[in-house]
Design a protein around this ligand. Structure first.
Ligand SMILES: Cc1cc2nc3c(=O)[nH]c(=O)nc-3n(C[C@H](O)[C@H](O)[C@H](O)COP(=O)(O)OP(=O)(O)OC[C@H]3O[C@@H](n4cnc5c(N)ncnc54)[C@H](O)[C@@H]3O)c2cc1C
Length: 423
């Protein structure tokens, strides 16, 4: 273990990269521990978007056609028609470059353990799988979530990038609609009903099968009824997916990315009562059997809900777990220096833009925490170094930086130097 870091960010999805960008511009010299480089794990560097093709709803995350400075209305209309969303990997690469450009340091490693309970409010230890330990004053947890998978071997072959298997209808449905694909949704909860209903509304999709292993549903009555009454949705009950079959990729289709030159052709369904199997011809399979937040590192240390989503207060600060070994930690309302952002704490919105927004909030809160700690430790006059919400927020504006506004940490260091010079 060498230097003590100001802030370590765990996770390189939209939340982690945005936190790293803000922390770097605040001169906190953040270390971002990015996760694995292995594309077969569900925790790849870049996060969940690494498994998807076109992202159409990340504002400005598009490839617009070239436009003149003052385009006519006709040129603008033509450009609108030719806008393309970036691919998930492309968007994440851009986020990485932007964060690193401003000085975020990156480590392509996996965090194995984090010791939070031992020293609340002092320094924390983060251990990576290569056995190294990193000490830090603050941590931003942006470890995201992993969609639950079926656990069959063929699933990986077709997962993401136009192969035919997906875990997000809102994200990938449009691709299937353009390809006029017949799809199936697996699951019996509200999210399965929602995914099936959403897909049924897409013009290009002629048919949606809803595959469920039982006759009873976890879904709410109203959601279930809506799906049952939908003429485009056919329920296939007492069925599980045993295997998936592929066909050669049809060149020139609108699904632009594909793996192993094969796309999904059929799901092999097994009847749970008779054990019989049959092929269901489909082009797309949406797995809607739930998400798991990647929060197991923090079990017994930080408060989480029943499903494992980390809880935080209005300033993104983590809440201690009541099963934490340290009585001191249990007595705190929030854990000093530990912040939470993105899907690891969000089971409602689960979008790249909301995760990025939370990453920004967490980084600004980490900056405030570190600044307040520095001011207190140096015995500075807090009024002389304004840490108001307004000053901190504005110090991030590019226009303010251009006109000479300095990051808060820099202002505090200057104030410390002045005090030292006066002595
Ligand atoms: C198939 C699919 C398509 C999607 N399409 C869209 C879309 O079109 N538009 C949209 O807005 N949203 C989309 N989403 C949702 C979006 O991807 C998520 O909301 C977003 O990625 C959440 O960002 P995050 O930073 O919180 O977490 P994630 O993206 O999940 O990133 C988590 C990061 O943490 C890392 N990590 C986890 N554990 C560890 C550890 N122990 N050590 C180190 N690193 C660790 C992972 O490697 C990863 O880098 C899609 C999701 C899926 C699954």
């Amino acid at each position: 273990m060498n230097e003590i870091r100001n802030v370590i960010i765990i996770g390189s999805g939209p939340a982690g990269y945005t936190a790293a960008l803000y922390a770097a511009r605040a001169n906190l010299h953040p270390l971002l521990i990015a996760g694995s480089l292995d594309p077969t794990t569900s925790r790849i560097k870049g996060g969940q978007l690494m498994y998807t093709s076109d992202i159409e709803n990340f504002p400005a995350g598009i490839q617009p056609p070239d436009l003149s400075d003052y385009p006519s209305e006709e040129e603008t209309q033509a450009a609108i028609e030719n806008v393309h969303g970036l691919s998930g990997p492309d968007l994440m690469k851009r986020m990485e470059l932007q964060a690193r450009h401003f000085g975020a340091e990156m480590l392509e490693e996996f965090v194995e353990s984090v010791d939070i309970c031992a020293n609340p409010g002092k320094t924390y230890r983060v251990k990576t799988v290569d056995g190294k330990e990193h000490e830090t004053r603050a941590i931003i947890i942006a470890t995201g979530a992993s969609s639950k998978r079926l656990g069959i071997a063929a699933e990986e072959k077709f997962f993401g990038q136009g192969g035919g298997v997906s875990t997000c209808a809102t994200c990938d449905g449009a691709n299937f609609s353009r390809a006029k694909a017949t799809v199936a949704v697996i699951g019996g909860g509200d999210s399965a009903m929602e995914e099936a209903s959403y897909l049924s509304r897409l013009d290009g999709i002629p048919k949606v099968y809803l595959v469920h292993r039982r006759e009873e549903f976890r879904a709410s009555k109203v959601m279930l009824k809506r799906a049952q009454e939908n003429p485009k949705i056919e329920f296939l009950l007492h069925s599980t997916v045993e295997d998936l079959k592929g066909k050669p990729h049809p060149q020139g289709e609108t699904i632009r990315f594909f793996k192993d030159k094969e796309v999904l052709a059929a799901a092999v369904l097994k009847d749970t009562r008779t054990g019989e199997t049959r092929d269901l011809e489909i082009d797309g399979l949406f797995i809607a059997i739930g998400h798991t937040p990647n929060s197991e590192l923090f079990k017994g240390q930080l408060k989480m809900d029943e499903a494992g989503y980390l809880e935080h207060d209005g300033r993104m600060r983590a809440i201690p777990s009541m099963t934490c070994a340290s009585a001191e930690m249990r007595s705190l309302e929030h854990v000093p220096g530990i912040f939470v952002a993105g899907d690891v704490s969000d089971h409602i919105y689960r979008q790249a833009i909301t995760a990025a927004g939370m990453g920004c909030q967490a980084a600004i809160e980490a900056e405030r925490y570190l600044a307040e700690t520095m001011v207190a430790e140096a015995g500075l006059d807090a009024d002389a170094v304004s840490l108001s919400d307004e000053t901190i927020a504005q110090s991030h504006w590019s226009s303010e930086r251009e006109s000479g506004e300095k990051p808060v940490i820099e202002r505090i260091m200057e104030a410390e130097e002045c005090v030292a010079a006066e002595k």
